[in-house]
Design a protein around this ligand. Structure first.
Ligand code: NAD
Length: 503
């Protein structure tokens, strides 16, 4: 592909005299939340919580232990029968009250999320709005469950299908949407009548602890428990715990494997929302300008740290040059900066030094492999873990950057010649979370969407979500569904009761 020579690159906007996003009084208690109260951990070990825009430590939370997990699980077990017995209307009212409480504290939650993750304020605002909507949707959905009609399906035998909670569920969440991913689990788990123990990412525990603080008086003690700490130790104890009925993880593929292995001995259910590497298949008849504008958001939302990010373009060779020009125009004008430096910031830092090193490592290796940055291509100056929004071109089939989840502000562009080739190459990755197809041809839009092996396929769009529709992957992206009534199903079990009424 031929595009112009030296790549342009972004600069990081900083506002030295901007007031800090949070003060000491905004922070949640830095303790575990067990049995309705904040409690000390079993050791004094702590984990530093870092603001990735400034690299400063903003809090410390307990490095939990298996003993802390056991205490939280015991509390969730003790609470489960009473919560399960509540009728849907009662649970629904509690969830609506949670949503109201979160809405009252939107501004605080937005600032806290941006301080802990470096997210642009617009992203945190969207996260909090969707968090509230998730609780409202599940509050309604819990009251309107459906199933097979009761009736005689065997002669003289009346069958009734009961929907029951699973019991106690362990939840492990990632750092990219700390509050939102917690909400995607907590809301359906509680709506379905379960209790839970949640471990937030060790890097981003603040909004989850704040959530617990804000709703502590709304939930019966033990229904929600939060234990902070690392994957090995806290997460692994949850996965293996004999008193849990399910473990639900949103995270990376290696963590998914570890959790599924640890869960195997107790045969508890496993719910995995793992990584993604979303192809964006653009045909020669597509609205190229609309695709480029959409990718400005869909490729770089949350600084590309998004499991559904539009990160892998496959464009028909006849329009590739024109499309890359438009895409580079969009990407090179993205506003990069600290969350404090304006509501218009679109891209923030990577969440941590470790992740920054991982993303820049991918970019260095891509350059060595002969890929070319049409814009961006490397780190931006510190402090903070900023990476330039990047478009990589001259990408051969099978290149590492186009196969593995980089999870940063990077889009690769490959070209294809035929429809068959586009489908084959789009599907030729181990992950299957989401994809999009861009065409004005109705036959093609249905056909290609059906043949793409991904849990969500958008047509002429990318990364649009709604509470009513399911989210989850195929293949290496895991199994189980978040959002929608399908999530409620995942956190419930069906029981068949059959009455012999013959004489
Ligand atoms: P991660 O796997 O490193 O961590 C996720 C959570 O798992 C953390 O709380 C971590 O402490 C815990 N963990 C790590 N090792 C564990 C172990 N052995 N046992 C139990 N728990 C363990 O993931 P991350 O870096 O925080 O998040 C990014 C990943 O999450 C990406 O791969 C992304 O695609 C994925 N993700 C997927 C979705 C989705 O809906 N499919 C949504 C958001 C993020």
């Amino acid at each position: 592909m031929t595009t112009s020579s030296a790549p342009t690159t972004a600069t990081v906007r900083r506002t030295a005299d901007a007031p800090p996003l949070i003060t000491e009084t905004d922070l949640p208690p830095a303790r575990h939340f067990i049995d309705g109260k904040f409690v000390d951990g079993s050791t004094d070990r702590v984990i530093d919580v870092v603001d990735p825009s400034t690299e400063s430590v903003i809090a410390q939370v307990p490095a939990g232990t298996p003993e802390d997990v056991d205490r939280a699980v015991a509390s969730a077990v003790a609470a489960k029968d009473a919560w399960a017995r509540r009728v849907p209307k009662d649970r629904s009212e509690v969830l609506h009250a949670v949503a109201d409480r979160l809405a009252e504290h939107t501004d605080l939650l937005v600032r806290l999320e941006s301080a802990n993750t470096g997210k642009p304020l617009a992203v945190s605002q969207d996260d909090v709005a969707m968090t509230i909507d998730t609780f409202r949707f599940m509050a309604g959905a819990a009251r309107a469950t459906t199933s097979l009609a009761a009736g005689d399906y065997a002669e003289d035998h009346l069958s009734v299908i009961l929907r029951e909670p699973l019991g106690v569920i362990g939840v492990i969440t990632p750092w990219n949407y700390p509050l939102l991913m917690a909400a995607w689990k907590i809301a359906p788990i509680l709506a379905a009548g379960n209790t839970l123990v949640l471990k937030p990412s060790e890097q981003t525990p603040l909004t989850t602890l704040k959530f617990a603080e804000l709703v502590a008086d709304l939930l019966p003690p033990g229904v929600l428990n939060v234990v902070t700490g690392y994957g090995p130790g806290v997460g692994s104890r949850l996965a293996e715990h004999p008193d849990l009925n399910m473990i639900a993880l949103t995270g990376s593929v290696p963590s998914g494997r570890a959790v599924a292995r640890a869960a195997a001995d107790t045969l508890k259910r496993v719910h995995l929302e793992l990584g993604g590497k979303a192809p964006v298949v653009i045909f020669e008849d597509a609205d190229l300008a609309a695709a480029a504008t959409s990718l400005r958001t869909a490729g770089f939302w949350n600084s590309g740290q998004e499991c559904g990010a539009a990160c892998r373009v496959l464009v028909h060779e006849s329009v590739a040059e024109r499309f890359v020009e438009q895409l580079v125009g969009e990407v090179s004008s993205l506003a990069v900066g600290e969350p404090t430096s304006g509501e218009d910031i679109e891209v923030g830092p990577m969440v941590s030094k470790g992740h920054f090193d991982r993303v820049t490592g991918y970019l260095e290796r891509a350059k060595k492999e002969g890929l070319r940055a049409a814009t961006g291509g490397g780190p931006l100056g510190g402090p903070g873990y900023f990476v330039a929004p990047t478009v990589l071109v001259d990408v051969p089939e099978g290149a590492e950057a186009a196969r593995e989840e980089i999870f940063g502000p990077v889009i690769t562009v490959e070209t294809f010649a035929h429809e068959e080739e586009a489908v084959r190459r789009a599907n030729d990755v181990p992950l299957g979370l989401s994809a999009s197809v861009w065409t004005e041809n109705a036959r093609r839009s249905h056909d290609i969407a059906a043949r793409l092996d991904f849990g969500t396929v958008w047509v002429n769009s990318h990364l649009v979500l709604a509470g009513e529709v399911p989210w989850g992957g195929f293949k290496g992206s895991g199994y189980g569904r978040d959002l929608s009534i399908y999530a409620l199903d995942d956190y419930s079990r069906t029981k068949h009761v059959m009455h012999n009424h013959g004489r």
